[in-house]
Ligand binder design. Structure first.
Ligand code: GCW
Length: 716
């Protein structure tokens, strides 16, 4: 071989090895370099004893073996009987032998169906570790959690872990279209290759299921809420069935979006009126047809009478009529209907932030038992920061599920590094005061506030067919973090960042400490350079990328940024106090009073609830104008600091991911300045004030920023 060829070959080999790192997500299973740590694990894992032989059990053992071989560098023996000590015993309640069942009896008595147990036990005077649960999927969860202990270098000497998910439906919402474009998707095209399904099963489907199972996600809505009825035709259901078959052994149920007008579009009916007997029958038959193919089909997610989607109101009916009709169709098979509360109307002159509550709250107690209402985290639309949605805690007789957006529609797409668990945690921890102090959003959605049986958390997926799944290497952390919070909405964002970094990059403390801090800060950074102090919805039109506070000419008033910031000579902000639109009254009195009063309203939400004069003094003693300018500058400085931190981490990270993040941070830095300059120049026209000292001079004119157009921005 010529030397040139050899160099090229070497390049190819190392390229593919590195490329795989990006693909492997948080399941890197890197070899543990430290011999002391490694030998402790080896001593405790001398063999694997596997009970059970379902498809899931086989996947579980393969995962365990693969993880151990890679991390410890040696292959444990796999047996079907327990010999000697220090075995890892794997099996569900039904597959374990009676002796082991007896040892774990009290543990089993305490846990739910999806919980897992990881426990050091003494069996005939010999130490063993057992990983179990009531069924095979729970055991799979246990194994992933056990592997995570090793990935994060935790001790496995004396284990006694029992962990249960706090919500039932832990689900990704894919806004994926049948032509493989992804609405608000910034990581390539849809994973689902409808053209080649059902016969061609892409390896990615399996890897997708595996990654989700590793964090406890148990459902996926395959299609966009802006739905296409074709997915419900036999031609497509056959494809859906193939995906469901792949996902099943990983404990992942498939759901679809139901286009409300489907009976007309694919059923040849004249109407989709939910009270029409033919329509009712059509949906019943459709459900039966789906369940025949997919017996564990999860159910439907529905966006109705929102942003032009058809719904019951087209026939003079309401959301309850629509949801309950579909609920009856899937009920015989154990299906659920996730009915979205994301509604606002161009014919309603009311503050858009009030409309979903106004429409849905009066329906409390009227939905069938298998309906769960899916509510976005805030009342407008996935902004960098929104106060919690007033519906949480306000419908005691109706299960509500959370809808978070993992894809960064309003947070810099997959170009900006923003660690979303910090945002999710802020919402989950918010106190609704609906049943007195401590009635947090987390309690409203995990069912503990009102003892709801049906509970759930949905995340609008950020996954596409990019090599690294999510566009930005750090956006993988948002998928991971979503899953962890869906399992346990009380987890701390810092814990999640710590776990993710160790599993994805390195356990070196010199890397972990600063990079974790960077992740935690990143959420506040994006708020600062985009929408500080409660500003919202001031992005550019359509694609939603970059600043557009000047936009005021769109056909629907509530689509215009000027509708939201209301900047004028006197000040800036949307007055939702009692003297304004009185949106505050939709909250429980304690929260309402807090937000209503200019003095007690948290400054981070100030301009969400109040129109404030430019000279108003904030807690820092500075005027609102100066504070706004300082916040924008702070955001830019924070990104510069993120770059600093990352540049110092080069020696801990493979060169491919290091460079990707480095380049992306450079774009983020440029765009943070773009946001700062465009917004400050625009708002300055109203404040009429100079920029305070310490704020960098704008790099361009306002006219320049206004002239920027992005006709081919992705995801639109
Ligand atoms: O935020 C808006 C998005 C739409 C989306 C809609 C929704 C799927 O811009 O793209 O449509 O929310 O959540 O239904």
């Amino acid at each position: 071989m010529t030397s040139l060829k050899f160099v090229f070959l070497l390049f190819l080999i190392s390229f593919s090895a590195l490329a795989q790192k990006d693909y492997k997500l948080w399941l890197q299973y890197d070899k543990i370099a430290n011999d002391i740590i490694s030998s402790e694990y080896k001593n405790n894992i001398q063999g694997i004893v596997s009970f059970g032989n379902s498809e899931t059990s086989k996947i579980t053992i393969k995962e365990l073996e693969n993880g151990i071989v890679n991390m410890l560098g040696s292959k444990p023996e796999i047996n079907s009987e327990i010999n000697g000590e220090n075995n890892l015993i794997i099996g569900s309640h039904t597959s374990l032998n009676s002796e082991l069942r007896k040892i774990l009896k009290t543990d089993f008595d305490k846990i739910t169906n999806e919980s897992f147990i990881i426990k050091t036990i003494n069996l005939k005077n010999k130490k063993q570790i057992i990983i179990s649960g009531k069924n095979d999927i729970a055991v799979l969860y246990g194994v992933f959690n056990f592997l995570r202990l090793i990935q994060t270098h935790k001790s496995i000497q004396n284990l006694n872990i029992a962990d249960s998910p706090k919500t039932n439906i832990r689900i990704l919402n894919h806004w994926d279209n049948l032509d493989r474009t992804v609405e608000r998707g910034y990581a390539g095209f849809s994973l689902w290759n409808w053209q080649k399904l059902p016969d061609f099963i892409d390896e990615r489907y399996i890897d997708y299921a595996r990654a989700n199972a590793s964090i406890g996600i148990n459902g996926t809505v395959l299609t966009n809420v802006n739905a296409n009825a074709l997915i419900l035709t036999p031609q497509y259901l056959e494809k859906v069935e193939a995906l469901a078959n792949v996902f099943r052994p990983y404990g992942i149920k498939v759901y679809l979006t139901a286009r409300f007008s489907a009976p007309i579009e694919i059923g040849n009916l004249k109407t989709a009126d939910p009270k029409d007997t033919q329509v009712i029958k059509w949906w019943k038959d459709k459900a039966a047809e789906i369940y025949k193919r997919i017996p564990d089909f999860g159910g439907f997610l529905v966006k109705a009478n929102s942003e032009g989607q058809p719904g019951p109101q087209n026939y003079g009916r309401d959301h309850v009529d629509g949801a309950n009709m579909l609920a009856d169709a899937v009920a015989p098979f154990g299906g659920v209907i996730m009915w979205r509360a994301f509604v606002y109307s161009e014919h309603d002159a009311n503050d858009r932030a009030k409309q979903a509550y106004a429409e849905f709250q009066p329906y409390d107690g009227k939905f069938k038992d298998n309906v769960i209402v899916q509510v976005k985290n805030g009342a407008i639309d996935f902004q960098p920061r929104e106060p919690f949605h007033p519906l949480f805690g306000a419908m005691p007789k109706t299960p509500l599920m959370m809808e978070f957006q993992i894809t960064q529609e309003y947070l810099g797409f997959s170009t900006h590094l923003v660690f979303l668990p910090k945002l999710f945690q802020e919402v989950l921890e918010s106190d609704t005061y609906q049943k007195g102090k401590g009635s947090t959003v987390a309690k409203a959605i995990d069912g503990t506030l009102y003892q709801n049986k049906l509970t759930g958390i949905a995340g609008v997926s950020n996954i596409g067919n990019d090599l690294n799944w999510t566009g930005h290497p750090f956006a993988q952390a948002n998928w991971y973090g979503f899953g962890r919070l869906a399992w346990n909405p009380y987890l701390d964002a810092e814990t999640i960042a710590d776990e993710w970094l160790r599993c994805t990059f390195s356990n070196n403390e010199n890397f972990i400490k600063p990079v974790k801090n960077m992740m935690i800060e990143s959420r506040e950074a994006v708020v600062n350079y985009m929408t500080p102090l409660g500003l919202h919805h001031i992005m550019d039109t359509g694609h939603h990328y970059g600043p557009g506070p000047w936009v005021s000419d769109l056909s629907r008033p509530e689509w215009n940024p000027t509708y939201y910031h209301k900047a004028d000579k006197n000040g800036i902000g949307f007055d939702r106090s009692k003297s304004g639109t009185n949106a505050v009254s939709q909250y429980a009195p304690e929260a309402a009073n807090l937000f209503d009063n200019l003095e007690t309203c948290p400054e981070k939400d100030l301009l969400w609830f109040h129109h404030v004069s430019w000279d108003y003094k904030l807690k820092n003693g500075q005027t609102l104008w100066n504070s706004l300018a300082f916040k924008y500058q702070e955001g830019v400085d924070q990104v510069a600091e993120m770059q600093n931190v990352w540049n110092k981490s080069e020696k801990y990270v493979d060169s491919e991911r290091f460079n990707e993040v480095k380049m992306l941070l450079e774009i983020q830095q440029k765009e943070a300045k773009w946001w700062r300059d465009a917004c400050l120049l625009y708002f300055q026209q109203f404040s009429g004030k100079e920029l305070p000292a310490g704020i960098e001079k704008p790099t361009q004119t306002l006219e320049y920023f206004k002239s920027l157009k992005f006709p081919f921005a992705p995801g639109n």
